[in-house]
Design a protein around this ligand. Sequence first.
Ligand code: NAD
Ligand code: LMR
Length: 340
Amino acid sequence: QLMSLISSITPKLIRHASASLHSIKARKVAVLGASGGIGQPLSLLLKLSPMISNLSLYDIQHAKGVGADVSHIETRVKVKAYVGNDELADALKGMDLVLIPAGVPRKPGMTRDDLFITNATIVADLVSACAKNCPRAIIAIITNPVNSTVPIASAIMKAYNVYDEKKIIGVTTLDGLRAATFVAEAKGLDSTRVFVPVIGGHSGNTIIPLLSQISPPVPFSQPELDSLTYRIQNAGTEVVEAKAGAGSATLSMAHAGARFSFSILDALNGKAGTIECGYIASPVTEFKYFATPLLLGRNGVEKSIGVGNLSEYETKLIEKAKHELNAHIEKGIDFAKQYL
Ligand code: NAD
Ligand code: LMR
């Protein structure tokens, strides 16, 4: 009896499994800055994904070693490594998603904006190559200062006439993951079930957690709001100081970058209701660029979910961030004008 039950169910299961596999189109993903503190663990996590067919690992140094290493993992993802500017075009051709963690990280005492002088040019060069070689790819920018590097990337794509506002996203996922972790710790919740929308930008005061819109809803006292907001806004600095000169967050960022990538790939494959926070050209606020929860879709960002009903406290946080965020955005736009 058992055998006949199994033989009647098995073909259905096989049909179901192959139908789900056929609905997934495996995509081509590139990591620019693949040999770095973020790039290496991010490449590892991407190599484990059934949603990826090809992984293109590019850096100005050591990428061949990283590529050889990661390529020995027994998953289906085909890995190819590229080193130096001469190989950049080949690294990018045919890509659906390009992740950019290339550039220098902070040391104690530095702000993210202090990285601008080095990282602005790196991002501008890499995005120019994307415009020429994979103009339809989604470009996810991890390189700091994100508040400025995203406006730079957008300006470059505009200059090449290939700008699509749905496809350039600053990765702020780590802010939300930190917020969920810290809130769960403080309130005795399961951190994997907590979602905290984090809006604004990705530097100090511009990181704005919306603790009034947390899921599941939890009440906070004013001292709790103050201390959690402070910790979320300064979590990057917490890691920079703990690493004491050896860089900034890499492992948690690799996880955040992989999670963001998988959401993008799920949405490209038609999974409905996929939401991640991200920093984009803002259609919903007074700011030119702003992070909000984003509904992702078959073309990248389907729409910004907006900022919801803000508490008085959160409205004040935005007011406090205004000057810094606008200055960072304008700095990126001005840089791009000179670069182009
Ligand atoms: P890292 O120094 O360990 O690695 C950077 C890598 O970029 C190196 O391998 C380097 O060779 C490579 N690189 C430099 N110039 C390049 C170029 N022109 N083309 C390709 N590769 C190039 O730094 P990291 O710790 O991996 O951090 C990288 C960036 O990510 C930093 O700017 C950091 O501030 C940022 N970051 C952002 C977030 C976020 O939440 N968005 C979180 C953590 C770190
Ligand atoms: C972070 O938030 O960890 C990153 O932006 C890196 C940094 O400089 O803090």
